[in-house]
Structures are given as structure tokens and as C-alpha cells.
Design a protein around this ligand. Structure first.
Ligand SMILES: [Zn+2]
Length: 82
């Protein structure tokens, strides 16, 4: 698995596993477009803060529940196998 890059405001960054202290660093979240305490890379050029990640984890859980667990056996096209 590729290294997960992290930026920490007033702390520095870890890029490609290399720790770089930088008291003037500013972490930025691509998703909420704010300066944040810390952000983690999502992919090329995209970073997310903890709040945005939590929102997305919640969305995953809610979608999984709504689309599978709460509707199992009652899907209009019948049972989905697999
Ligand atoms: Zn964010």
C-alpha cells in the first residue's frame, strides 16, 4: 500500500513516509476548502480533514444500511444474489 501523506498545521508533513517538521505549515482540506488542523491525502492533489472523512464514513454507513440491510428481501426487483 502506498504511503498516506499527512499535513499538520503548525507541525509539518509526512510525505512518502518522510517526516518534515515545519512550524509554519498550514494543512488545507480540498473538500471543505478550509485551513484545518490536519489533513490526509485522498489522491493526487486532494486532501481531506477529519470532519470531512467522518462525514464520508457516515454516508457510507447510512447508504449501506438504507440500500441493503433495511431493504433486504423487499427490493422491487426481487432478491439480489451474490
Ligand atoms: Zn474538510
Amino acid at each position: 500500500m502506498a504511503a498516506i501523506d499527512v499535513h499538520v498545521s503548525k507541525g509539518g508533513s509526512i510525505v512518502q513516509g518522510e517526516v518534515r517538521a515545519d512550524a509554519t505549515a498550514v494543512a488545507h482540506c480540498t473538500l471543505c476548502a478550509k485551513e484545518v488542523e490536519a489533513s490526509v491525502s485522498l489522491g493526487p492533489g486532494a486532501f481531506a480533514c477529519a470532519a470531512c472523512l467522518r462525514d464520508r464514513l457516515d454516508a457510507l454507513s447510512v447508504a449501506r444500511f438504507r440500500l441493503r440491510e433495511s431493504r433486504s428481501g423487499s427490493l422491487p426487483w426481487g432478491k439480489v444474489t451474490g
